[in-house]
Design a protein around this ligand. Sequence first.
Ligand code: RP5
Length: 161
Amino acid sequence: MAVEVGIIMGSQSDWPTMKEAALILDELGIPHEARIVSAHRTPDRLWSYGREAAGRGLKVIIAGAGGAAHLPGMMASKTRIPVIGVPVQTRALSGVDSLYSIVQMPKGFPVATMAIGAAGAANAGLMAAGILALNDPALAARLDAWRAALSASIPEEPQDD
Ligand code: RP5
């Protein structure tokens, strides 16, 4: 099946976080790829990925980066494909630096910014699924079932340890 979602990240060190997005896409049967594409260290790779994304048939890009996290915004500048940004948690500033770098885009080039860290990456996978489900009834049914299962797993009463 053709790859529908591109997961890109600034560094190998982002993978433990970004893997959460990949796991969700796996669970929902959405074809995806993962690539290291750094705004600062591999700018030419960023440019060619963004230039080729639409032609390759990608429908959503999930971009995660930490610190001076310019990757999601630069990718949004390079392609009209929706970009979902994941601020990776950092040691120095706990990911607030990443969040601010990703969320404050100028008018015209939006990035749908998720929460900092693993929850944000997982939600990026779910957000991508929701977008794709708009035109894919079978995926919509799988996503509905996934959400119902999560709700059903939450107990009504708290338990002692
Ligand atoms: C960013 O710098 C990456 O997205 C990563 O979160 C951060 C640190 O990268 P490494 O020094 O661990 O490669 O570009």
